[in-house]
Design a protein around this ligand. Sequence first.
Ligand SMILES: [Zn+2]
Length: 116
Amino acid sequence: MGLLKCGLRGCTTTAERKKGKYVYYRCTGFKGACGNVYILQEKLAALLREVIKPVQITPDVAADIATAIRQSDGDAAARHAAALQQVENVEELSSARLTVGRSQSDLPSQMKASGV
Ligand SMILES: [Zn+2]
């Protein structure tokens, strides 16, 4: 724990359940009473959502991370083969692009502008 600190003196915060259902977070006052107030869990969650919104990752990046994690779980030989396959795919792709790039010089200028 200890991820959440009071903004006034930097004390840790603690969670308390009130009336059996409402969860509040409050400053422990370890460094002296700061006068900070309780905050309802739902309200805190909403504030934290706003904080983490800008650091959300795109689905593409999430997929890349998932792939990397899966690969790190697999055995070394399988990882090596997968990495090798990726390199080969990139090599094939770039040689294909080079071919497209060269043949474009034969195209009329209007078609070149389409940016393949
Ligand atoms: Zn405090």
